[in-house]
Design a protein around this ligand. Structure first.
Ligand code: NAD
Length: 450
């Protein structure tokens, strides 16, 4: 099958690629299985050196990778540059983590008890199209650091940077078979990885619906799974917050990456006393979001990833919205920044839009804010804006979500754990926590008697 990719900002052809099928997937898994014993046996400092070289190659090719990502996804070049910078940092971090991922000695009677962190074997990694290289690196980094071999399946729409990463890994000296990138449909390559008896784990980021299928399929062979799924995060603004700061930041927390962000704070909860003033400030800030050519360094929001996805996003806005921004004329899968006033029961507040549409919802007091914020099947991210430190911590503890920010909207850092509660998935990526998902704890008791 041939995959025809277009640039979402221009609708011009970008690339044509042959896709892999079941046979190619089986070959990649067989190669990964064969490469595993030697890769796990590489001395820690050497494995670290190889990952460090890969990080350096990503840095050397940063501009090329950023441009490729921008043309494939339609995301602003400034964002792509930041994401590629993070990819290099991720490989640096996990290069440094290789020899710091310790086992333990545990006091027991009659001997010595030690734990080892063993690799799992061949791991299948399945990633989405919204942060293609970035999310791939969050999995590839810890997987390789722990001594696993990897078959990575990027999303059909956005395989370009993953393919380039595969080439850079070989250039870095990571042996053939240790890291293979397979471009192909989820229903073929993805499914085969999930059901393959020689794949020990699936690291998956994508929709909750497909994630449920990953879990069902993995059950057949008791595969390990890490699931990073959808979100419907709340941005909770209390009346005592610095409203100017909160309003200036809010548009970027939901319209960044054109809203195609699992952490998007797409429910903006505002305390009634401050509602009118905040909404006024929010509209002004939203009007300031620079929408346009993704290759212009000043652009803050580009188009959506595909025409099909634009139709899905548009289906969430049935009446005239409270505010609708402007978009460029002509080709491209553009959708404007959109603000709607809603209740938490409306479809726009319950389902993940995955586009630049934010629902503004009023609340009365702290208990009401917590109730509304938690009234969702998801639990990935969120923000709390208040100048009352005790309240900030109280609310942070009360929210059922994996990643929170106080007086900030930033969720993701290389060194800190990232992942969801409830139907946003389970398992943690990034930081030292990320290594737990790619290793098995082995306990060994050695008798000192006799
Ligand atoms: P998706 O679930 O449609 O696809 C994700 C990946 O799964 C793709 O590579 C796809 O080819 C593959 N896939 C599809 N069907 C499959 C099947 N039956 N078996 C195996 N693999 C299959 O998601 P998407 O549309 O690419 O991405 C958007 C979703 O990802 C959103 O819901 C978003 O919230 C979520 N997401 C979550 C995080 C997170 O960290 N929690 C990060 C980014 C995106």
């Amino acid at each position: 099958m041939t995959l025809r990719l277009v640039n979402p900002a221009t609708e011009q052809p970008l690339a044509e690629l042959e896709t892999a099928g079941v046979e190619e997937t089986d070959r990649a898994v067989a190669a990964a299985k064969e490469a595993f014993p030697a890769w796990r046996a590489v001395a820690p400092t050497d494995r670290a050196r190889l990952l460090r070289r890969l990080a350096a190659l990503v840095e050397e090719h940063a501009e090329e990778l950023a441009l490729l990502e921008t043309r494939n996804v339609g995301k602003p070049i400034a964002d792509s540059r930041g994401e590629v910078g993070m990819v290099a940092e991720v490989f640096h971090f996990y290069a440094g983590a290789v020899d710091k991922h310790y086992g333990q000695t545990i006091p027991v009677a009659g001997g010595v008890d030690v734990t080892f962190r063993e690799p799992l074997g061949v791991v299948g990694l399945i990633v989405p199209w919204n942060f293609p290289l970035n999310i791939a690196s969050w999995k590839v980094g810890p997987a390789l650091a722990c001594g696993n071999t990897v078959v990575l399946k990027p999303a059909e729409l956005t395989p370009m940077t993953a393919l380039r990463l595969g080439e850079l890994a070989l250039e870095a000296g990571i042996p053939e078979g240790v890291f293979t990138v397979l471009v192909g449909p989820g229903r073929v390559v993805g499914e085969r990885l999930i059901h393959h008896p020689d794949v020990a784990k699936i690291g998956f980021t994508g929709s909750t619906e497909v994630g449920a299928g990953v879990m069902r399929g993995a059950a057949e062979t008791i595969k390990r799974v890490t699931l990073e799924l959808g979100g419907k995060s709340a941005n909770v603004v209390f009346a005592d917050a610095d409203l100017e700061r909160a309003a200036a930041a809010a548009p970027y927390a939901v319209f960044g990456n054109a809203g195609q962000d699992c952490c998007a704070r797409s429910r903006i909860l505002v305390q009634r006393e401050a509602y009118d003033r905040f909404v006024d400030l929010l509209v002004k800030a939203t009007a300031g979001v620079r929408v346009g050519d993704p290759e212009d360094a000043k652009t803050e929001m580009g188009p959506l990833v595909s025409a099909h996805h634009r139709e899905t996003v548009a289906s969430f806005v049935d009446a005239e919205p409270f505010y609708r921004g402007a978009v460029p004329e002509g080709p491209g899968f553009w959708y404007p920044c959109t603000l709607v006033e809603a209740t938490n029961d409306d479809r726009v507040a319950r389902e993940e839009v995955f586009g630049p549409v934010a629902a503004i919802i009023p609340f009365t007091d702290e208990a009401d804010a917590v109730r509304i914020a938690n009234d969702t099947p998801y639990g990935l991210s969120g923000s709390i804006w208040t100048t009352n430190g005790a309240r900030a911590l109280r609310v942070a503890r009360a929210l059922d979500t994996g990643v929170l920010s106080i007086n900030s909207n930033s969720s993701v850092r290389v060194s800190t754990p990232f992942g969801g509660f409830k139907q946003s998935g389970f398992g943690r990526e990034l930081g030292m926590h990320g290594l737990d998902g790619y290793s098995e704890v082995k306990n060994v008791f050695m008798s000192t008697e006799g």
